[in-house]
Design a protein around this ligand. Structure first.
Ligand code: ADP
Length: 283
């Protein structure tokens, strides 16, 4: 089973003629809401890639909680571990202009109250795959990684959004999934190869680095591989990294070879670029 510990948001997206300047009020050209949050996006991707998935996180007792969770519920993700708390469901307030430039405010809301202790011991252990990101407290992420490592579970960390990380957390990670910006936040000034050598050598983790339209590379256990994406008609790259991470976790969970996991994840990332929003509509 893939256990996802992470954020659950509703994205409120206004299409605007230009990003509003300070003091400016603009009429939007259009408006949509999309379920989002890196945790939820990755849980859905892992489920759509065939894994059994349990989601752990927090939402408010407000009207945004149900739409934020709707796709996960429809896809059959176990939501029994999602806490209801006082405070708002997490939201992303997104302005997108005609050129596709955006300005985003993320309100962590309920996500800030997610706790590692929500995940019961029976959801960790050998045969379990834990997938986390950094939109919840890094202290809770580190605490859960520590418990998971001791239990024999596989630990995957998508270190997004980019942030420096404590060594004690990195030491408990089996697969570190980053893009180039996130790698620079962890270890500034290293080339791609040097970063992979550094993380692998110092912490023993397999590093998986996504490269946008160039696909992704991985390095670990003496193996180095690159996978290029198929050519797709790109509509919106939002959520491509989440589709990648969730699909990679589902492949690791079924004990696929790492190269196979890389190929599946690169393809899922490319597919995610062909629709609007971070989550596909579950079939
Ligand atoms: P993030 O959104 O986290 O920065 P990337 O932009 O590196 O992540 O994208 C993640 C994955 O999505 C890539 O490894 C690739 O498989 C796919 N992808 C992203 N952008 C494109 C693109 N323009 N064309 C095809 N695939 C893409």
């Amino acid at each position: 089973m893939v256990v996802v510990f992470g954020s659950i948001n509703l994205d409120l997206v206004a299409r605007v003629p230009s990003i509003p300047a300070p003091g400016e009020t603009l009429a939007a050209l259009g408006y949509e809401t999309h379920p989002g949050g890196k945790g939820a996006n990755q849980a859905l991707a892992a489920r759509l890639a065939g894994a059994r998935v349990a989601m752990y996180g927090a939402v408010g007792r407000d009207a945004f909680a149900a739409p934020a969770l709707a796709n996960l519920a429809a896809a059959g993700v176990d939501l029994g571990g999602v806490m209801r708390v006082d405070g708002p469901t997490g939201v992303a307030l997104v302005n997108v202009d005609r050129r596709g430039e955006n300005a985003i405010t993320v309100v962590a809301g309920a996500n800030a109250q997610s706790r590692a202790s929500q995940v019961p011991a029976e959801r960790l252990g050998a045969g379990c795959t834990l997938l986390m990101q950094l939109e919840t407290s890094v202290g809770e992420v580190a605490a859960l990684a520590d418990r998971a490592r001791r239990s024999g579970a596989r630990v995957l960390l998508n270190a997004a959004p980019g942030s420096p990380l404590p060594d004690a957390l990195l030491a408990n990670v089996d697969f570190l999934i980053v893009n180039e910006t996130e790698a620079a936040a962890i270890a500034p000034g290293l080339s791609r190869e040097a970063f992979m050598r550094h993380i692998g050598g110092r912490f023993g983790a397999t590093v998986v680095m996504t490269l946008g339209a160039a696909g992704a590379v991985m390095s670990g256990n003496g193996d180095v591989a690159h996978e290029a994406p198929p050519s797709v008609d790109v509509i919106d790259t939002t959520g491509a990294g989440d589709a990648f991470a969730g699909t990679f976790a589902a492949a690791v969970d079924r004990s696929a070879a790492v190269r196979e996991a890389l190929a599946a994840a690169v393809h899922a990332g490319a597919r995610a670029c062909t629709h609007e929003g971070a989550q596909p509509i579950p079939r």
